[in-house]
Ligand binder design. Sequence first.
Ligand code: URA
Length: 207
Amino acid sequence: MNKKEELEKLKAEMAGDRALPLTANLVFGEGDPDCTVLFIGEAPGRVEDEMVRPFVGRSGQLLRRNIRDAGWKEEEVYITNIVKRRPPDNRDPLPEEIEAYKPYLMRQIGIINPKVIVPLGRFSMNYFLPEAKITRDQGKVFRSSKYLIVPMFHPAVALRNPEYMKEFQNNFKKLPRIATQAEKLLAEHKSKSGPGSVYKSEQNKLF
Ligand code: URA
């Protein structure tokens, strides 16, 4: 099976999993399964639920514009969320919802096997870097398992705060270089913890 088929199979499994919380449309993710860079948000919003596509509302437009400005086509990266169904009333995902969807995200990441993961916002960041703080650590480059992790502000937060918008855009500009150097960086900075363990953010900070 190629990656695309594996992802389709995973999506079908999720769609049939009655134990998963939330009942809205399943917004699985989209992009190139052979991408170098994977963006992970929190959960779909109203527009995403309607269009059954991740990041297509207002914050999605900001994300996608920055992806293009970085020199990539939107279809060249992969975009998804931790929680793949919209929580009612646009509330934040609950810890138990994140927990329930996590194993699927882990398998999705395993299939795609990117070099660089960009968690958007603190929920997604804390999945990889449990002790990291978004205001302190966004834009830094960490390593978790075999991936470089570059947490960034959630685009919805950037839209509400001009300072964060500046940071968001500046950090985006660094991504192409990080992506180009990812293989070299990963080879140079061997993970200090074993695979699958919890990574200490400071210990694994590369630059
Ligand atoms: N916010 C997210 O975290 N994900 C989306 O897909 C849209 C908005």
